[in-house]
Design a protein around this ligand. Structure first.
Ligand code: NAD
Length: 464
């Protein structure tokens, strides 16, 4: 029996159904050419208007930072524009002999600081516009934590829920073969993202290596340990969230042992953040996942919740360790720290007024909209932004690449120690920038990142 994606280890959420056209083209190899074939022609999606959108939010923040830095118009244009956008078609022979053509993208936003780095997502609504914005996001994230990488992102427009593992492997290998000139350990290094995982990274590594006639583990990160993956990678984002939270609590004069914490989302980032903060003595009073939220003022037994979720298809539904509340109520619980670690657009101008936490540490990408920023600021809530707080993942990806380049494995202690150093150093630099410019940490992160890339660009000069 064919293995389906249900058997894939959980890694990211399955995206919503497509919102724009471009379904794959299906052609029977034996049939005469059908009179009407839905063309798989790339169409630039309309710009996203009038709705809270994490990518729009990012560009608004980019513009504010550029204004404060008084970026020259030429540099501003350069940094807004991706250096490379590639669209490829991926024809796959399906099990019944028919051929489906999928569309794949890779955008390198910037490679001024080093090879570009960024995940690959498989989802029915992936489009070039989204990939461009996410690639830019990666540029700023790498610059904030001071790792020598630029930013990139890739994706294939497909619905993995309706594909077998064999079909996903074919898509992955053909996508990689089409991207041979883009990918490379010194050029552009993919990693897992929504609906892609270690196995998919292993296929990319293998395909690239077969064509190059040498095994090159450094061409991807987030791969299985046995193929050169790094110890500590799985926990890295949650661990980075913990470091950011501890640093920020210190600034607020709150001891971790007296801090109360609510965590939204109980997947990779949320559950590990909750576990590690609890290990630091903080009291976790609320957790949630897609099925609902749980509140316990006496303190949630995080390990019990993790065990329950692991044995219930990664869901908390039916867990008895707390009083059931709504997901919306979890966000506004009376607590010191709120860790949104589920998805984007959760704290908006509609609910920001009701947030009671003193500190928000953004485990997810884009959980707070630009509209919510000034409200939180006026309430005096300290927000550690996503591009800093959740950069632990890309930091350990960088460590994985360094180990591959050295041909050497670090111990878990070495990985964790260096991660702590990187996260704490980044937090301190962002905090100092925030004091210098009298701006919130989010804007300070963008100022720091954009300034670093812009200074490097000025030194290298414009070739042309
Ligand atoms: P995951 O799929 O493992 O977990 C997501 C969790 O959020 C699940 O528990 C899901 O049930 C829950 N959830 C979804 N919608 C919810 C809602 N409306 N209310 C409450 N809970 C909800 O994903 P993850 O890897 O933990 O990633 C979470 C976020 O962190 C994403 O925004 C991701 O982009 C970001 N992120 C992840 C990493 C990483 O290394 N995994 C790195 C950087 C950023």
């Amino acid at each position: 029996m064919a293995t389906t994606t249900k058997d894939l280890p959980k890694n990211g959420t399955v995206a919503a159904p497509p919102t724009t056209g471009a379904s794959p083209t299906t052609v029977s190899p034996t049939a005469a050419a059908p009179s009407t074939i839905t063309p798989s022609i790339y169409k630039e999606p309309a710009p996203i208007l009038d709705r809270d959108n994490p990518l729009e939010s990012m560009m608004q923040r980019f513009d504010r930072a550029a204004e404060i830095l008084a970026l020259e118009p030429g540099i501003y244009q350069y940094l807004k524009t991706p250096v490379k956008s590639v669209i490829v078609s991926i024809p796959i022979q399906m099990d019944d002999g028919s051929v489906q053509v999928f569309e794949g993208y890779r955008v390198v936003h910037n490679d001024i600081l080093g090879p570009s780095k960024g995940g690959i997502r498989y989802a029915p609504d992936v489009n070039l516009d989204e990939i461009k914005a996410l690639a830019a996001w990666m540029t700023w994230k790498c610059a904030v934590v001071d790792i020598p990488f630029g930013g990139a992102k890739g994706g294939v427009r497909c619905d993995p829920r309706h594909l077998t593992m064999q079909q996903i492997e074919k898509i992955t290998r053909r996508y990689t073969a089409n991207m041979l000139d883009v990918f490379g350990p010194d050029r552009d290094i993919p990693a897992p993202d929504v609906n892609t995982n270690e196995q998919i990274m292993a296929w990319i590594l293998d395909t690239w290596s077969m064509h190059m006639k040498r095994t090159e583990p450094g061409v991807v990160t987030g791969k299985p340990i046995v193929l050169g993956g790094s110890l500590g990678r799985r926990e890295a984002t949650g661990r980075g969230v913990m470091h950011s939270a501890l640093r920020a609590l210190d600034k607020l004069g709150i001891k971790p042992q007296s801090a109360t914490v609510a965590v939204e989302g109980f997947g990779n980032v949320g559950s590990i953040s909750a576990e590690l903060l609890s290990n630091q003595g903080a009291k976790i009073i609320g957790i949630s996942d897609i099925t609902g939220a749980y509140h316990n003022d006496g303190g949630i037994d995080v390990e019990d919740a993790i065990r329950y979720s692991e044995s219930h298809d990664h869901l908390l539904e039916g867990w008895k360790g707390g009083e059931k509340i709504t997901n919306e109520e979890l966000l506004t619980l009376d607590c010191d720290v709120l860790v949104p670690a589920a998805r984007e657009d959760r704290i908006t101008k509609r609910n920001a007024h009701n947030i009671q936490a003193k500190l928000i540490v953004e485990g997810a990408n884009g959980p707070t909209t630009a509209g919510a920023d000034p409200i939180l600021e006026s309430k005096g809530v300290l927000v550690v932004p996503d591009i800093l707080a959740n950069a632990g993942g890309v930091t350990v990806s960088y460590f994985e690449w360094v180990q591959n380049r050295m041909g050497y494995h670090w111990t878990l202690d070495v990985v964790n120690e260096r991660l702590a150093e990187t996260m704490n150093g980044a937090f301190d630099r962002v905090y100092a920038t925030s004091l210098k410019h009298k701006v919130p940490l989010r804007l300070a992160s963008y100022i720091l990142a954009i300034d670093k890339v812009a200074r490097t660009l000025r030194l290298r000069g414009i070739y042309g």
